[in-house]
Write a protein that binds this ligand. Structure first.
Ligand SMILES: [Mg+2]
Length: 329
């Protein structure tokens, strides 16, 4: 049995899709599609689905937080280009055994996040989905064309930056699986999995600053997401292991679960932080900008003229290209 990776499937679909009209600036292959419109502006389009039993388990995922997450993961992709999310479409696949209360809580969470980002739900669909609950969301955003940050814009000698801490969501998922969601000490880790906070405002700020080159959000682990930037840009990357930002909670909790914090940070998915590259002389203004916005960023390595993603740890170099979380079919 040959299993298709998500990456193989996307490549196969992209090969069959035809080119678009001249206003289509970017189709398949970035966090969002980019379509030019009047006034120097572009529309950004993205879609992402959450499926019961694959992306969430109702045994531990409160419906309100699930609704929030369905909105947040899409908003994250808009932020990853530097855009402002505006409109959402929601397709709900409902199982026969779906209560009114679950539906109400789901929608309350979804709409809460939309309101927070000044967005509007403008349509969608509801379908009967057999056994599983599914939320498929499409978000349209907007921004100035000259500020769009693509994956393909990394240059050799750029420094590589990430926002926040990495690995918390993967550790939170492990905690939820072990029935430890309610423990006070694990709340922040579990929340990272159950209710991720998209960095759309930071993404917008970075894009408008003109200080950065490539950007994307970290949904499948830094090893894989940075590999996408490298492949699209025709460059390589070196990550310095000691510089990868790990939260104190992760460092304390992961070893107790027999998990390595750094592996979770590089290979675990769903952090929804940003990874971006910038020339070295942007470092000081970048740090000032993010400090002013109350956001932590960390420099984790640099872009090279080679290819692939290398992890540098205790004098050794290890190839971790696309070693992050990957869905197989
Ligand atoms: Mg993305």
């Amino acid at each position: 049995m040959h299993h298709l990776s998500e990456r193989n499937i996307i490549e196969a679909i992209a090969r069959q899709s035809r080119g678009g009209p001249p206003e289509l600036i970017k189709g398949i292959g970035d966090d969002c599609a980019v379509v030019r419109k009047a006034g120097g502006l572009v529309d950004l389009w993205t879609t992402d689905a959450l499926v019961q039993g694959v992306h969430f388990d109702l045994a531990w995922h409160p419906p309100r937080l699930l609704g929030r997450k369905a909105a947040s993961v899409n908003i994250s992709d808009i932020g990853a280009m530097g855009g402002r999310p505006r409109f959402a479409l929601l397709c709900l696949g409902l199982p026969a055994a779906c209560s009114r209360q679950l539906l109400d809580e789901l929608m309350a969470g979804f709409l809460e996040v939309l309101t927070m980002h000044d967005m509007v739900l403008v349509g969608g669909d509801t379908v009967f989905a057999g056994e599983r609950l599914m939320l498929s969301v499409t978000v349209c955003g907007e921004m100035e064309e000259r500020h769009v940050c693509y994956r393909a814009a990394a240059r050799p000698d750029d420094l590589i930056w990430v926002s926040g801490c990495l690995g918390d969501a993967a550790c939170g998922l492990a905690l939820c699986r072990q029935g430890l969601r309610a423990e006070e000490a694990y709340l922040s880790l579990c929340r990272a999995h159950l209710d991720p906070q998209p960095q759309a405002r930071l993404g917008r700020l970075l894009a408008q600053s003109g200080l950065i080159h490539a950007m994307m959000d970290i949904s499948d682990g830094l090893a894989t997401d940075l590999a996408h930037i490298c492949k699209a840009s025709g460059v390589g990357a070196e990550i310095m292991a000691p510089d990868v930002p790990l939260s104190p909670e992760l460092q304390k909790t992961a070893p107790a679960l027999q998990l390595a914090p750094l592996e979770l940070a590089l290979q675990g998915g769903e952090d929804y932080q940003l990874v971006f590259t910038a020339p070295a002389d942007s470092s000081a203004p970048l740090q000032d900008l993010c400090r002013g916005a109350g956001r932590d960023i960390a420099c984790v390595g640099r872009i090279t003229a080679g290819e692939g993603v290398m992890l540098c740890r205790e004098g050794e170099r290890q190839d971790i290209t696309f070693r992050g979380y990957e869905h197989t079919f």
